[in-house]
Every structure is written in structure tokens, then in C-alpha cells.
Design a protein around this ligand. Structure first.
Ligand code: HEM
Length: 218
């Protein structure tokens, strides 16, 4: 699993085609405030990321602590939606499918376009990085059983990604360590993605300036 897209997304840059250049951070300002997806989201996003410091201020992080950080899971899901590591998957049509006037006969090989599927218009402003869409008030992922499928659809006993929960926990832990231990900046660069790479990469290679937080503030 690549971590760089996660850094960008935690910084609320992923899914935002041209984030503005960042100004240097004041020493104790949470890093995510430097790259809000939308200016109005800044205060809200800072407040929500603050759930990491009370719940997991230092040391090892247990599953019970992760469960107490619902917004963290929303951020991870939004990263999976906007930056899927695996942009497509393959299968075979078990039965004939009719879709928008096209017919896929039973037995044909089919390809699921994961990126396009997760940016479907079933989501509100699908191109915008917005973890609140997974919050209880909006729950956009429940608008259709297949609305959100960054790692395949259906039951775990089927063809769905075997690393679904593992990748979720890894991304949660990575985010906790990043947010509580570092501040970061994304210097001006081309944030376009090369979607033909697996996993997809930033055209620029994604340049990130990381600064380790003061031990006292960690
Ligand atoms: C965020 C990280 C990950 C993403 C986006 C991802 C995505 C996917 C996708 C799209 C599929 C195809 C599902 C389908 O055909 O319907 C898949 C399958 C699979 N993934 Fe992942 N994956 C991730 C992490 C992992 C990890 C960490 C592991 C192992 C530890 C893993 C193991 C597998 C396996 C074994 C399959 C094949 C399942 C099958 O064919 O029955 N994945 N993944």
C-alpha cells in the first residue's frame, strides 16, 4: 500500500485538482489547515482531526481507540474513494446485464472501473474530497448497495478484497502517527494523477515537506 497519496489526502489535497500554494505553518497549527479542500471546511476539519490527540495522544494505538475516532474512519474511506490503489478489477458476467441501452451477454469478461465508480454522481460533488459524506447525517455510501466499492463489492466470502479491514487499520494508524507527530506542507506542484500506474501516482512524484512535531506536543 502506498502512503504518499494518503499524506496528500489527509492534507485534504487529494481530489482537489489544483490546491493553492501553501504558506509556512505557524509552529503549533495542525497541518491539515494548510491545505483545505474548501476554505469554509478549514475550521471544521481542524476541529475533527483534533479527535486524534485526545483519543491517542502517544504510544501504541489499540483497536478500541480507533473505534472512538469515527471521523478518522470517514477520512480513510474518503481516501479510498478518491485515491484507490487498484483502479480496476475484472470478472465475468454471470447473467445478461442491460445498462444504459447496452447489453453485456452472460459469460462476457467485464472490467469494473473502480475510480469512475467511486466518483459516480450518486455522491454529492463526487470530485470533492469531503469525509463528511461518510458521516451519520449524510451516509452517502448507503445510497446504493454498490455506491462505495473501493475494494470490490459483495460479501467478504466472495471476490471482495481480502485486505479490506487490514488496509483500513493500516491507513488509520498511518494517519494517527502522521497527524500527531508531524506537520507538513505540499509545495506548489502539479497534483495531477497518473491513473495508468498501479498504484496511481502523482505526476510530480508528490513533494511533501514534513516537520517532526515537538516531543512535548506529540
Ligand atoms: C487500500 C488498499 C487496497 C485497495 C484499494 C485494494 C483493492 C482491491 C480490489 C479493487 C480488488 C478486486 C476486488 C474484486 O475483484 O471485486 C482487490 C482484491 C484483493 N485484494 Fe486488495 N486492496 C487493498 C489492500 C489489500 C491488502 C492490504 C491486501 C492483503 C493483505 C489485499 C489483498 C487482496 C486479495 C487477496 C484480493 C483478491 C480477492 C479475490 O480475488 O478473492 N488487498 N483489492
Amino acid at each position: 500500500m502506498r502512503c504518499l497519496p494518503l499524506i496528500a489526502a489527509v492534507a485534504a489535497a487529494c481530489g482537489t485538482p489544483k490546491p493553492p500554494p501553501t504558506a509556512p505553518l505557524p509552529p503549533d497549527k495542525p497541518a491539515a489547515a494548510a491545505q483545505p479542500a474548501q476554505p469554509s471546511a478549514e475550521a471544521d476539519s481542524v476541529a475533527k482531526q483534533a479527535e486524534i490527540k485526545p483519543q491517542a495522544p502517544a504510544g501504541p494505538v489499540a483497536p478500541a481507540q480507533l473505534r472512538e475516532m469515527p471521523y478518522l474512519l470517514q477520512v480513510v474511506n474518503e481516501v479510498k474513494r478518491t485515491c484507490p490503489n487498484v483502479p480496476m478489477s475484472f470478472g465475468r458476467a454471470r447473467a445478461e446485464v442491460q445498462l444504459n441501452g447496452y447489453v453485456v451477454p452472460a459469460g462476457w469478461l467485464v472490467m469494473m472501473a473502480v475510480v469512475e465508480s467511486n466518483q459516480n454522481a450518486i455522491f454529492t460533488n463526487p470530485a470533492v474530497f469531503d469525509p463528511d459524506r461518510f458521516g451519520p447525517e449524510r451516509a452517502e455510501e448507503k445510497r446504493h448497495p454498490h455506491a462505495f466499492m473501493p475494494q470490490g463489492a459483495g460479501e467478504m466470502s466472495g471476490h471482495k478484497c481480502a485486505g479490506y479491514d487490514f488496509s483500513t487499520v493500516m491507513m488509520q494508524l498511518f494517519t494517527v502517527l502522521l497527524v500527531r507527530s508531524y506537520s507538513w506542507q505540499l509545495p506548489p506542484q502539479d497534483f495531477a494523477m497518473l491513473w495508468n500506474r498501479i498504484p496511481p501516482e502523482h505526476k510530480s512524484g508528490l513533494v511533501v515537506r514534513l516537520r517532526k512535531a515537538d516531543a512535548a506536543k506529540r
